[in-house]
Ligand binder design. Sequence first.
Ligand SMILES: *Cc1c(COP(=O)(O)O)cnc(C)c1O
Length: 450
Amino acid sequence: MTTNAHLFAQAQALIPGGVDSPVRAFGSVGGTPAFIERGVGPWIFDAEGTRRADLVCSWGPLLLGHAEPRVLAAVTEAAARGLSFGAPTATETRLAEEVRRRVPAAEKIRFVSTGTEATMTAIRLARGATGRSLLVKFAGCYHGHSDGLLAEAGSGVATGGLPASAGVPEEISGQTIVLPFNDTAALEECFAERGEQIAAVIVEGAAANMGVVPPVPGYCAAMRALCDKHGALMIMDEVLTGFRVSPSGWWGLHTRLAPVDGVAFEGAPGLPEVEEYVPDLFCFGKVIGGGMPLAGLGGRAGIMDLLAPLGPVYQAGTLSGNPLSTAAGLATLRGADAASYERVARVAGEISGAFEAEFARVGLPVQVQRAGSLFSFFFSGSPVRTYAEAKACETFRYEPFFWALFDAGAYPPPSVFEAWFVSAAHDAEAVGRVLDAVPAAVRAAAEAKA
Ligand SMILES: *Cc1c(COP(=O)(O)O)cnc(C)c1O
């Protein structure tokens, strides 16, 4: 039998760290990553034949689960007609229609291949539209790995304990102002000092790359008002939250875009207070491609039309709007109906609720934080609203917690700073597998020593 350890050793000889994206290396939990052979519904199977209930779902895209038959059929059908043309296809327009139906403020949409490209392009567009240079981002928010966005980023940058990345010139990082998240006063102060130089503020819908940290009530609306007052654009990065926490993402959930495709969210855990605001630009990724490389940006037509070929802001891509990716995205969004969203919300509530109850039973202070169907655990006695608070938690408890779950046949994210993801394919058996593992995992976390 080929073992995960053998495959990891082979990979490490050829690929830096053995992985093509850092968190996959299990660096913060130690041990050997599972090499995945296949997935079906809520399950993933590794090279050793072990089946685990997946709580990562490819970091979000697989809203309908692995190898979903309708998505596979759409991709297979598209593949038989050719893999790429570098020319427009009607599927791109159909997908743009579906995005705009769900997120009406995305009046026009441009498709790219990764979330990184989507945020990079949105920022270039905001600079082109305003003629200004400075960008405001928030500590702990992750917006992909382009140069200007890695300062105090979440996700793998947080997992690796890095303040930023080497290789980013000061001339570039100096164009990014990093502020604490959920701190309206800090944002006001920043605008008061440098308002006329700020092109845009970029924010995750709900921050979910430092663990799940939803915006405090009033924060998004205040951000909108400050951007308006100072002529800056508000970019909402919904790469992770888009089409996942509701049919129209965080914005739809937060504003209760009526009706959010008839989904009955009332009473669901993680439902934010209603707030009114409309971002200028949205970034999409993950669910929009259903597991294929696809992302996009959308927003006000007057801004979007500044993109080439209509306007002076350049953006392009050999594989942008790829026919297989758009087919997978369209099949995923069409398949993601009210029942899917209700299922995802219910499963997320069951799993996070079971952990919460067990943490309380053993007396371990843990914050179970939710943003719609996203959740994560902070080993802390008080709610986490900023990156500084996230980093100050008892992160040492995560490693044994993770391995207790992993060894019991679940696959949680291999970093305390990542959100947990479930799918509409998570059935009673998969949920049961996780629930059965809760007591031992919570005990392992409680007994952990710093
Ligand atoms: C994943 C993610 C990105 C980057 O997307 P990639 O496809 O990995 O480049 C950007 N923003 C947010 C909020 C993300 O979660």
